[in-house]
Design a protein around this ligand. Structure first.
Ligand SMILES: [Zn+2]
Length: 218
């Protein structure tokens, strides 16, 4: 029977860190491990690519990277369906770790296919809520499917309280409720986008036209 582990929570909630530790432990046991993440993350952080584009433009060797700089080799995939292809091509894996699952629409269907293919354990790390505090894609389905759910928390970067949300800033100002959830690079030209862990009191999603102040006090 396939076991599913789900780490969910805000930015900086140690989700990737825990995923890396689990995958490394599995590797030490001699198990076959595949780690994947979305190519969207590569666009945001080009430095995590460890090799130039291979023969198949739908995946590229990269690294899972935790907030404290821990790294683990992975494949960055263009879409969730590529994960199943990589697993089949290798003849199966004991462990498949998926980071930033929220960047992969259609992941739930792929996970069901991985179960059918006989992957022993599937480990998923993802944000549970987007910057507007709405559930991310298929998070509720994954919660139902998971054998173990680890609800991660972080420290609010403004008041050090318990953070359950991710605050998105564009040029240091809270993003508007009307902003799209995932911005494509070109739309961000000239702007600086950052994400921060935030508690229920400090998290702000202003409506377009509202007066905004820098989220971090001057
Ligand atoms: Zn706070």
């Amino acid at each position: 029977m396939t076991e599913i582990d789900l780490w969910c929570g805000p930015m900086y909630g140690r989700k990737t860190k825990d995923l890396i530790l689990e995958l490394r432990a599995a590797e030490r046991e001699g198990l076959a491990v595949l780690a994947v993440k979305s190519m969207l993350d590569i666009n945001r952080y080009p430095e995590i690519v460890v090799q130039s584009l291979g023969p198949d433009p739908r995946w590229i060797p990269a690294a899972l990277t935790s907030f404290d700089g821990d790294r683990y080799p992975c494949m960055a995939v263009k879409e969730a369906a590529v994960i199943l292809e990589l697993v089949k091509k290798a003849g199966g894996y004991d462990r498949v770790g998926i980071d930033e699952g929220h960047f992969m629409p259609g992941l739930y269907k792929v996970v069901l296919e991985l179960i059918e293919f006989g992957v022993g354990r599937i480990l998923i790390a993802q944000l549970d809520l987007d910057f507007k505090r709405a559930p991310f894609c298929e998070i509720d389905l994954f919660r139902e499917l998971a054998t173990n759910v680890y609800q991660c928390r972080a420290r609010c970067e403004r008041c050090r309280g318990v953070a359950i949300y991710s605050q998105r800033l564009i040029n240091r100002l809270p993003a508007f409720s009307t902003d799209p959830v995932v911005l494509v690079g070109s739309k961000l030209e000239g702007a600086t986008e950052t994400y921060h862990a935030a508690c229920v009191n400090c998290h702000i999603v202003p409506n377009e036209g509202d007066f905004r102040e820098p989220w971090f006090p001057e």
